[in-house]
Design a binder for this molecule. Sequence first.
Ligand SMILES: [Zn+2]
Length: 133
Amino acid sequence: MDIFDRARRALGDLAQSASTQATVLQLQTRMGEIQTELERQYGEAGHRARELWRARVFTDSDFEILMTRITSLQQELDQLRAQVDEVYQADQQPRSGVCAECGRSLEPNDGFCRRCGAEAPSGGSGAPSSPPD
Ligand SMILES: [Zn+2]
């Protein structure tokens, strides 16, 4: 075997491993596609089963348990989402009745925080405070 044969052989091995990698990549891509399609089909089946369950056509105790769990998870998710909104809004705009600087509760007529002296937010639900002199 001369040097050219060896080189050719090395190139052949390289090409083969490259094509193996390409094949594996193709297979992985296809597997990913199938997985995505499977999830879509599962979602479709779940959606259909939910419709039947709502129409009281499909009655299965296991499914009942599953739907109860899903419903309670959905409610928990909604509550958490609402909490996130609340936290976000509280962060964005100072709540009336609480000092924006230190968080001390304010009396409705307080123009300034009694702890840190920050200006109390005007407006809100209470009566408008008179401007400080
Ligand atoms: Zn304060």
